[in-house]
Design a binder for this molecule. Structure first.
Ligand code: GCB
Length: 604
């Protein structure tokens, strides 16, 4: 799915700003049929939960309504008119005046509606969106809704971040010609000093006479041309897209009828390869070692609403710490984030929203749930179908980003339980079919270990989440170090694949200090990370370290959470805790060694 761009043949109008807003219970019978009778307004893009002082809104379970008036530009007559939502969390029904024109389930991927027949240029219409935040056993991520003794619905979920909801990403109205470029796929290879670019273009509407392709370098010079809906281009003396040294070409696609250009679209792309070979992760044929974080889309007041100021600042802090990468834990992030990563050479592990497919996490330290996680009544075939659809939407959206080097299919699923293989094998097959070019991973939960895990052999990279020294062996970094090393070596031994740490960390209260190993202090976070780093540096098959988390973030209420999860290396308002400085030393090589630089003989 192409992102929205203005081109000589296309216009875009952003529908961001303040929309009328109401809870379902306050909105009347058929709210889309008239002007929403409400005094509330909610900004788009933003989650609605933290905007208002009314706890009925913050804790609301079910549908809320957003509405605004929209006018299709007069100049768009004869054009195809499309409405595009970056994300509506978690399900949407979209009405133009009295007509339902689109429905979508899945809170972190975009969807579109063709308005050509219902919204004439120059005319104003009422755009109403029903937003449903309910998570069930057949949504991704999953959850459960129960009714309390007071008759009020309550939402429970199996993930450790607040269930922010609303219209958290931009809404756009755009035009295309009646015949249009519908999709483009780019796959790149390297052939000595040249880059090879395989492209495929899908069109919609009437067939055109032809497709014209040009590749422009960053100076705007045409460096290769081709024609036809599918083909391959050769870029002599290519400048590669590299971690820390981004270089983007433009693929200019034109749809031709006679002598006229009917539609045009410019897709930025980078030339790079990704490969897992033996126990190495290679980018452009060179071993790559991931340094960075699991992140969240999470800021005060806007919740998961995309914000360009935080985007720029967060990437500044990534660079400041020397991070070269991050994981989009635990859902696909706004497209603006990936575009930015493409332009700035930051590497991304792109994760689905499949977080919490694990009833064992509720089952206490044994990891054995009261009923099996993958039983039909829990997360069975229907959940898997929704997960598959989500995977299709994610890959369709993000397949052309050079920054995305790996798909993470799930976070902490019950991969130790019976049924895990039956659940995941078809999803792995699907992901490989949709994108044969990128390695696959999933982040392994603590209950899954080298002996009982049932799915790791299906994947390319072992990503391990561990909290030794925090949830287990709390305050005992000596024991944590030994147990961690033994376990990581166990994974390598059984599966013989590259291994990275996808989560490790400690909740930390800024300003709390101690001369002893005291959990929650800034020193303890620093020491815990250093303990893990010593272990990583002893394991030659190690390919990366992603700390949990980049910044403190909001969670649901819980006795283990104080105003959210405090494992951030930065506070929620992005102030560094003590650990940020030692990380900076390690990741920028200021402590005298580069992470991942194992002795040669270790690898032999
Ligand atoms: C995990 C989860 C992450 C949590 C983290 C924690 O294993 O993947 O979502 O926030 O632990 O801090 O407990």
């Amino acid at each position: 799915m192409l992102s929205t761009r203005t081109t000589p043949a296309r216009d875009v109008v952003a529908l961001d700003g303040l929309w009328r807003f109401a809870l379902d219970s306050d909105a009347g019978e058929r709210p889309w049929e008239s002007r929403l009778d409400t005094a509330l307004e909610a900004p788009v893009p933003a989650s609605y939960n933290d905007l208002f002082t009314d706890s009925r809104i913050r804790d609301h379970v079910g549908v809320v309504w957003y509405q605004r008036d929209v006018r299709v530009p007069r100049g768009w007559s004869g054009e195809r008119v499309v409405l595009r939502f970056g994300s509506v969390t978690h399900a949407a029904k979209v009405y133009v005046d009295d007509t339902l024109i689109a429905e979508h389930v899945g809170g972190y991927t975009p969807f579109e509606a063709d308005l050509t027949d219902v919204a004439a240029p120059g005319r104003q219409f009422r755009l109403t969106v029903a937003v449903d935040n309910r998570l069930t056993n057949i949504t991704i991520p999953p959850g459960t809704v129960t009714t309390g003794p007071d008759g009020r619905e309550r939402q429970a979920y199996f993930h450790d971040f607040y269930n922010y909801a609303g219209i958290a990403r931009s809404v756009k109205l755009y035009s295309t010609p009646a015949s249009y470029i519908d999709d483009i796929t780019v796959v790149t290879r390297i052939d000595g000093p040249a880059g090879l670019v395989d492209y495929a273009v899908v069109t919609g509407g009437e067939d055109a006479d032809g497709i014209r392709i040009r590749v422009l370098d960053e100076s705007g010079a045409v460096v290769a041309t081709s024609g036809g809906a599918e083909g391959s281009l050769r870029l002599d003396d290519v400048i590669l897209w590299q971690p820390g040294a981004a270089y983007l070409y433009d693929l200019l696609v034109e749809m031709i009828a006679g002598d006229a250009v009917v539609d045009s679209y410019t897709l930025p792309f980078g030339v790079r390869t990704v490969e897992v070979r033996g126990t190495q992760f290679l980018i452009n044929g060179e071993p790559f070692y991931f340094t960075g974080f699991g992140k969240h889309e999470d800021t005060p007041v806007r919740g998961k609403g995309h914000d360009d100021a935080y985007l720029v600042h967060d990437f500044q802090l990534l660079e400041w710490t020397g991070a070269n990468s991050f994981r989009t834990s635990h859902y696909p992030y706004a497209e603006e984030v990936l575009d930015f990563a493409d332009r700035h050479g930051i590497v991304v592990v792109d994760e689905t929203a499949a977080v919490g497919l694990n009833l064992g996490v509720q089952g206490g330290l044994t990891g054995i749930p009261p009923t099996p996680t993958f039983a039909e009544e829990n997360f069975g075939g229907e959940t898997k179908n929704v997960h598959a659809q989500h995977l299709r939407e994610l890959i369709a959206r993000d397949k052309n980003h050079p920054s995305v080097v790996m798909w993470s299919i799930a976070n902490e699923p019950a991969s130790n339980e019976d049924g895990a293989r039956e659940y995941f094998e078809p999803l792995v097959d699907l992901a490989r079919e949709l994108d044969p070019t990128r390695p696959l991973t999933y982040a392994a939960v603590m209950f899954a270990n080298p002996t009982n895990d049932k799915i790791a052999d299906l994947f390319d990279v072992l990503s391990i989440n561990r909290y030794y020294g925090w949830y287990v062996f709390t305050g005992d970094l000596g024991t944590a170090e030994g147990v961690l090393e033994q376990e990581l070596r166990g994974w390598v031994q059984r599966f013989g694949k590259p291994i990275m740490m996808s989560e490790y960390g400690a909740d930390t209260q800024p300003g709390l200090h101690s001369v002893w190993d005291m959990p929650w202090t800034e020193e303890y976070q620093t020491d815990l990370l250093a303990t893990y780093h010593r272990v990583f540096d002893r394991i030659p098959e190690f390919v990366g370290e992603h700390i949990w988390n980049f910044a403190d973030f909001m969670t649901g209420p819980g006795i283990h959470r104080v105003d959210g999860n405090k494992k951030g290396v930065f506070t929620r308002d992005r102030k560094p805790k003590g650990a940020a400085f030692s990380l900076r030393d390690r990741w920028r090589g200021l402590d005298g060694r580069k992470p991942g630089a194992h002795e040669k003989e270790d690898r032999a």
